[in-house]
Design a protein around this ligand. Structure first.
Ligand SMILES: [Zn+2]
Length: 289
């Protein structure tokens, strides 16, 4: 599952609409064809792709967005199928086959989004190593909080503002994450153990952290005022990774939280059901303003 460095594809030189893009589309379609129809109906249904901060030119294409959204849904159906098979008395071969199909879908989506991200300047795809010294890094010495549960909510004392797939003038298409309204300076926690895949700043997501978890999913924490982790570092569930803020394209302080299949914009799944599957209940509005 280690796809941290993309070695399979050459760096696309042309814009996404060129030959490289066409080849990637074919790749994605092949991956989709490998997933049997009716593989499961309880997967994700979200179609949000553009985040608060996306500025990618590739994402302006409606057909691209629909293709990627279809792949995200196909992946979630494939993932649900693997989960079901594991819970039932399915044979190891059956589980292995289902898992192979899930990974094929993810690989196709990954390639597609990576190429688009590079062309459009998405800092997570471009890999900002060496450039992130501009980011406001804070204290790294603080020990992680001890937690009995392996998964936790990304912040405390929030109220839920814009939800996943919400429509609004702030987003070019649909909202790709869940917003947690909190004051600036509120601690933001890694929802589970993992490795910091990226710390970037300066685009529409402002100061952001992307964490890769052991189950293969990624979580994104955006609009931070300060970042307390570094790329490549390990984090534990509930470890503070930064402070909330209002950097990037926002109308007020909040935490933008996403769960993604890949590190890149365009692969987000509904975050609250994902947390719920890990026994993390994110509810209501404890402190309406
Ligand atoms: Zn948001």
């Amino acid at each position: 599952m280690g796809r941290e460095h993309h070695a399979r594809l050459p760096r696309p030189r042309a814009r996404f609409r060129g030959a490289t893009g066409a080849a990637l589309f074919a790749l994605l379609l092949l991956a989709l064809a490998a997933v049997p129809a009716g593989a499961g109906a309880d997967g994700a249904s979200g179609d949000g792709l553009l985040g608060d901060g996306s500025r990618g030119n590739g994402f302006r294409s409606d057909s691209f967005r629909k293709e990627a959204a279809r792949a995200v849904r196909a992946h979630e159906r494939a993932r649900a199928r693997v989960d079901r098979l594991r819970e039932s008395d399915a044979s190891p071969t059956e589980v292995k086959d289902a898992e192979r199909r899930r990974k094929a879908v993810r690989a196709g989506l990954w390639d597609l989004l990576w190429a688009t991200g590079r062309n459009s300047g998405d800092p997570v795809a471009v890999d900002p190593s060496g450039q992130d010294s501009r980011c406001p890094f804070g204290d790294r010495s603080r020990p992680p909080e001890r937690r009995a549960h392996p998964w936790t909510a990304p912040t405390r004392r929030y109220w839920l503002s814009a939800g996943y797939a919400a429509k609004g003038s702030r987003w070019a298409h649909r909202h790709t994450g869940q917003d947690f309204a909190v004051d600036s300076g509120t601690p933001v926690y890694a929802v589970g153990a993992g490795t910091v895949r990226a710390t970037t700043c300066g685009d529409g997501f402002g100061n952001q952290v992307v964490v890769r978890h052991r189950d293969g999913y990624f979580t994104q924490y955006a609009h931070l005022s300060r970042i307390d982790v570094r790329k490549g570092g390990r984090v534990t569930a509930g470890q503070r990774i930064g402070l909330s803020g209002s950097t990037g394209n926002v109308t007020g302080p909040h935490l933008h939280f996403e769960v993604r299949i890949t590190p890149y914009v365009g692969s987000a799944v509904p975050p609250l059901p994902w947390l719920r599957r890990k026994d993390v209940e994110v509810t209501g509005a404890p402190a309406l303003p």
